[in-house]
Design a binder for this molecule. Structure first.
Ligand SMILES: *Cc1c(COP(=O)(O)O)cnc(C)c1O
Length: 477
């Protein structure tokens, strides 16, 4: 260890990052080297054992080796020879510790709302708002006119009232918390009636029956998986019923012999019986997606018009903003959410508020389709995508441009795809290995495999990332 710490790259890391980081990195590098030596020794012993035809003896050898202090081995010829390499590896590990592991990547998968890659990029207005608010103090909970304490929800509420003509709004950390908060505040100890076809799992562990149980509300399923009628809801109502709830099935679809009850019909029944109608839209959209040749993703405006009392949707799916859960609707109901003790545990921070308000303002100004990356990507014309793919192809020998499909992702519009042009890389060894080497680029390039070849979809590659992408492609060939 002392020898190792004296080696140039590690000594330098130690002087800049401190003794503890360097020491832990050196231990990790030694441990890894030890494991390599041990497994090599085991392999040797095993093959030796086979040669002698006595496998028990081989196992004894391996155990003897494993029991030996590793330091003895590292003093061997090979280890002496490798101490420089070992120090370089330790230094690399030391620097890795102080480097953020959350880093930008280039999304060349063509999946627009890619949850594993952070869902959607924010637009310039949201980024600018986050920068403006993050580095200083703000009027988060302060009324500038009166100088008295304000409400952090007021900012977004005002914008959503303007945008959707709703009475009230509240924002929490994501739509999963929005649904949990709504059920807890409005239906704890009571019953909520849901169509059997909507008692779904969204992914990432979000299952309606589980969320319902955790909220303290009792799920009453009605109808069948494929067909539910208004009479099914009506028959399930008791004096314990608090609400009817619709859940957008998001990432799966029942097709063929199906029947769903219109939201307006559910609202009418709920209100006639003095109950609430809760609508979990999932993604929700403020834009009619049919204008892009896609199916229509349920729109927030439609739910408001249909009379839903509490409407929950995500901030970072088709809205194109930061991770958040937005709840809009009737003031009396939303006020109960705001007063619930869970509210304090779910409230968003100033940076999220800033990004969300800026995103919503883009809609209010009527320019969301031009400024939000999610809509720019979904609306990208095929000829533009093709010419970008062709420009990329010029940088890689043997690459071709082929027709393909991009997905929306994020549980929005399942099965729905958009025509795109893909850059197909020439096959060199395994496609998985090519993918892995693209992931080693800086920034890492995330592509996908289509019919045994690596393909890259320009739809989700931000223009600013193109030089890095072309450099990585150039290094491949
Ligand atoms: C995505 C989704 C959620 C969860 O939203 P997050 O913002 O990811 O927490 C809840 N309900 C439905 C119907 C969804 O599609």
């Amino acid at each position: 260890m002392d020898e190792l710490l004296k080696q140039e790259p590690l000594a330098q890391a130690e002087s800049q990052l401190g003794h503890d980081i360097a020491l832990r990195a050196a231990r990790r590098a030694l441990e890894a080297a030890r494991n390599v030596i041990l497994s090599e020794a085991k392999n040797l012993a095993r093959s030796g054992g086979r040669r002698q035809g006595s496998s028990p003896a081989a196992r004894d050898d391996t155990e003897a080796l494993a029991a030996q202090p590793a330091g003895n081995m590292l003093r061997g010829e090979a280890a002496q020879h490798d101490i420089g390499e070992l120090a370089a590896e330790a230094a690399r590990l030391a620097w890795q510790v102080v480097t953020p592991s959350l880093k930008p990547v280039v999304n060349a998968t063509g999946v627009v709302i890619h949850t594993n890659l952070g869902r959607v990029p924010l637009g310039p207005a949201a980024i600018e708002a986050m920068q403006r608010i993050a580095g200083g103090y703000s009027s988060l909970e302060f009324e500038l006119a009166s100088g008295s304490r304000g409400d952090r929800q007021e900012h977004i509420q005002r914008t959503l009232q303007e945008l959707l003509a709703v009475e009230a709004a509240v924002v929490v950390n994501n739509n999963a918390s929005a649904v949990l908060l709504a059920l807890t505040a409005l239906a704890r100890g009571k019953e909520v009636v849901v169509s059997r076809g909507q008692a779904v799992e969204i992914g990432g562990g979000f299952r309606i029956p589980d969320v319902m149980r955790r909220s303290g509300a009792r799920l009453v399923e009605v109808g069948t998986t494929n067909r539910t009628y208004i009479a099914d809801y009506e028959q399930a109502l008791t004096e314990r019923t608090a609400a009817l709830m619709r859940v957008h099935s998001s990432n799966f679809r029942v097709i063929g012999f199906t029947h769903d009850v219109e939201l307006a019909e559910m609202a009418e029944l709920a209100h006639k019986r003095g109950l609430l109608l809760i609508d979990d839209l999932g993604s929700g959209s403020l834009v009619d997606t049919s204008r892009f040749g896609l199916m229509q993703e349920p729109m927030v405006q439609t739910s408001v018009a249909a009379g839903a009392d509490v409407i929950c949707f995500s901030g970072d799916k088709l809205l194109g903003g930061p991770q958040a859960g937005v709840v809009v609707g009737r003031k009396a109901a939303i006020d109960r959410l705001k007063r619930d003790p869970l509210m304090r545990a779910m409230r968003t921070d100033k940076v999220t508020m800033a990004a969300l308000q800026a995103t919503l303002l883009e809609y209010l100004k009527g320019r969301a389709l031009e400024t939000l990356p999610v809509w720019r990507m979904i609306g990208a014309p095929l000829d533009v995508l093709r010419s970008r793919a062709e420009a990329w192809a010029a940088h890689v020998t043997g690459a071709e441009v082929i027709d393909g499909r991009s997905a929306i992702g994020g549980g929005s519009l399942p099965e729905e795809t958009l025509p795109t042009a893909l850059l197909r890389l020439p096959k060199q060894g395994s496609a998985a290995r090519q993918l892995a080497s693209l992931r080693k680029a800086d920034p890492p390039i995330i592509a996908r495999i289509h019919e045994d070849a690596v393909v890259l979809d320009p739809r989700t590659v931000l223009p600013a990332d193109e030089p890095a992408l072309l450099a990585a492609l150039g290094a491949l060939s």
